[in-house]
Design a protein around this ligand. Structure first.
Ligand SMILES: [Zn+2]
Length: 677
């Protein structure tokens, strides 16, 4: 493993943080924590932690000895001083002799002794860091260390590899008892500079930041070399076979099967690479993938075992669906059994979490990972990739062995671990929303609205330049799509299914506003308007319902119609005619797909300042009525201008009104001539 320490950069960190009034101790702690965190073979997503023992002045002007230790919610890769809360050291050390401390007491004691009560919660391994009498303590879940510990005879193997300056700690659940165990092992052999925690990871420590980091790289490299020297043979692979479906075609089926009820929604992300293929297509994948993760804390993101599906040879989509359905049923049964067996072994009452897998390995196809949002699904994917690497590497030289199921259960159902992933549930969490014409005024306001309620939003637009500009500002998926072109629409939905698993809400919003007297307007203009203002909606809606039907977890179509659909404006026929047809289309979808739980509703908006109704157009129309532009914009019953965000709100309300379909909501400030009867 490469040692990435650079004296030059270390000095840069010291200077940078000095300007921000942080000590050299803390600056170097930030530097090496980031160095460790950026190495994916050492830690991933919130795993691992580090600390430094230093002093800080409190507002009482007294200097306190403190332990600055990684706080929960922070990743080592991008840690900042704020992610290393300072806990008073003496109170922590005062508990060294204590025989037992409950998790609740431990958390509350750590919190009580924070210098700043607004800091994040100190790590569950805080006491362990405190009890080791060194300035810098580094902890990672290095792949190579897990490789040598997660195998039969791992303990003796470690003794052979690492020499006499290390201590080996048998597996103990993180928390106060592990801290005590480590402290006991250290006091028996105070010459050590490293601790190997069986089936968990590694601690290195020194009074200098660089030394502690160097030791980490040194010991991990030793483990890497030891594994390389072992005799290895490739894992036997299943025979290749063909199937008659594509990934984007089965993703919605998987997404649907994941939901235990129609209101529970997950995001499903697909991925495949050489390493994963090797892991998934192993003949004995059912055995080695079910022995647990590589390090215990992964379990909260990926569950104790994945779901494995082996499609039949030459399988069609419907055959795959049958196979998958059965596999899901068996998985849920297995998970319930796992829960029931292990809940009886623990003292406090546990409530079973959902029984849906977080990792689905489809042999010969790839991996689908699951989460409440795209980030969670991707984290589950990253962790599984690491687990797969460790497991296959051990299997090439031995047989993978991990902690007993009960110990893994303890971590999965440990409130302190669950706290890491639980946040307040947002109303549209797990929902996938697709918006067409998304870079326009109404489209973008709608994007912001749905995003703020926790949905994953995909932005479609025909204007490449504007789309690129939007993409440079946001992380959400932006797809260049010509909604009048069926192939372009199909391609966009294909990408969406591979990345998110499917779709729940379509906001069909793209439109143009051509004008002309209906008797004189060219066929070309009229037909083009029908392409954009009618057929594009049909193109998107028909693709969306196909996916929604496959998922079978309800769905919602939302159309940006227009008051023109019921109240034609003079010389606005080229716009109004297809909009009238769109109103019918909206109702037709409600009629034809209601029994599938798919709702179809529309918004009739009027006089919204946007790309379609720009300043020039507003001036012309106001002039035609001999009124000011302000009066024109406020020309409604409420005498109030209607804005794009009002339209966005209407879309949101229709999306969340679960018992409303075939309805049109007017967002026009009140226009009795355009009101529906
Ligand atoms: Zn750990």
């Amino acid at each position: 493993m490469k040692n990435n320490w650079s004296k030059k950069i270390a000095i840069k960190y010291i200077k940078k943080y000095k300007k921000l009034s942080f000590s050299k101790d803390l600056a170097l702690r930030v530097y090496t924590t980031q160095l460790l965190g950026k190495n994916k073979e050492l830690v991933l997503h919130g795993g691992g932690n580090t600390s430094v023992k230093t002093t800080v002045k409190d507002i009482d002007s007294k200097k306190y000895n403190v332990l600055c230790v990684k706080g929960s919610g922070w990743n080592m890769a991008d840690i900042e001083p704020a992610g290393l809360p300072a806990v008073k050291l003496e109170p922590l050390l005062a508990l060294k002799k204590k025989k037992y401390l409950s998790d609740e007491d431990m958390v509350s004691f750590q919190k009580r002794n924070l210098i700043d009560i607004n800091s994040p919660n100190p790590s569950v391994e805080t006491f362990l860091h405190a009890f080791l009498p060194f300035k810098y303590v580094d902890h990672t879940h290095a792949d190579a260390i897990l490789n040598v510990t997660n195998r039969p005879g791992g303990l003796n193997f470690c003794k052979k590899i690492f020499g006499n300056k290390i201590g080996i700690v048998p597996y103990v659940m993180p928390g106060f008892m592990l801290a005590k165990k480590v402290s006991e092992i250290y006091s028996k052999n105070p010459k050590i500079n490293c601790l190997i925690l069986m089936n968990h990871g590694i601690f290195t420590f020194a009074d200098d930041a660089k030394d502690a980091y160097d030791l980490m790289i040194k010991y991990v490299s030793k483990a890497e070399r030891a594994v390389k020297k072992l005799k290895s043979k490739k894992i036997k692979q299943i025979k290749k076979f063909t199937t008659r479906f594509n990934i984007h075609e089965i993703a919605p089926i998987i997404r649907g099967l994941l939901s235990e009820n129609k209101n529970q929604k997950f995001v499903v992300n697909y991925r495949l690479n050489k390493h994963l293929k090797y892991f998934i297509n192993g003949k004995s994948v059912r055995s080695y993938s079910s022995k647990g993760t590589a390090t215990p804390d992964h379990v909260i993101r990926v569950k104790p075992f994945p779901l494995i599906i082996t499609p039949k040879k030459n399988s069609s989509i419907s055959e795959f669906k049958m196979t998958a359905k059965k596999a899901f049923k068996n998985y849920r049964k297995k998970y319930i059994r796992y829960f029931n067996i292990n809940k009886n072994k623990v003292k406090d009452r546990k409530v079973m979490m959902d029984t849906s897998p977080r990792v689905i390995l489809v042999q010969n196809v790839g991996m689908f990972t699951v989460g409440k949002d795209l980030i969670a699904a991707k984290i589950a994917g990253d962790l599984t990739e690491t687990n797969a690497k460790v497991i296959t590497s051990v299997e090439e030289t031995s047989t993978y062995k991990f902690i007993p199921e009960k110990d893994l259960f303890d971590i999965e159902y440990w409130s302190l671990e669950q706290a890491k992933i639980k946040g307040k549930k947002k109303q549209l969490e797990g929902n996938v929303v697709v918006i067409t014409g998304s870079t326009g005024t109404i489209g973008f306001e709608t994007y912001k609205m749905f995003k703020s309620y926790g949905a994953e939003v995909v932005l479609l637009d025909y204007n490449l330049e504007r789309l690129k500009e939007v993409q440079s500002k946001i992380k959400d998926l932006c797809i260049h799509c010509d909604v009048t072109n069926k192939r372009s629409v199909k391609n966009a939905f294909k990408q969406i299914c591979e990345k998110f698993g499917g779709i729940d809400i379509l906001v069909s919003n793209a439109g143009i506003a051509p004008v002309g007297s209906i008797g004189e307007v060219s066929d070309e203009i009229l037909r083009k308007s029908f392409e954009v203002n009618f057929f594009s909606h049909q193109n998107c809606a028909s693709e969306a319902v196909k996916i929604m039907k496959k998922q079978n977890i309800n769905g919602c179509l939302l159309f940006n119609i227009s008051k023109q659909s019921v109240n034609p404006g003079k010389n606005f026929g080229p716009y109004g005619l297809p909009k009238s047809a769109l109103l019918s289309l909206c109702k037709q979808y409600a009629v034809d797909y209601g029994s599938y739980g798919i709702r179809s509703n529309g918004v009739n908006a009027d006089r919204i300042k946007s790309g379609l109704m720009n300043d020039k157009m507003i001036r012309t129309r106001a002039k035609a009525r001999s009124i000011s532009t302000d009066d024109y914009m406020r020309g409604n019953l409420l005498l109030n201008e209607v804005k794009a965000e009002d339209v966005a709100k209407a879309f949101f309300h229709l999306a969340t009104s679960k018992k409303t379909t075939g309805a049109v909501l007017a967002v026009d400030g009140g226009n009795i001539a355009a009101s529906l009867r």
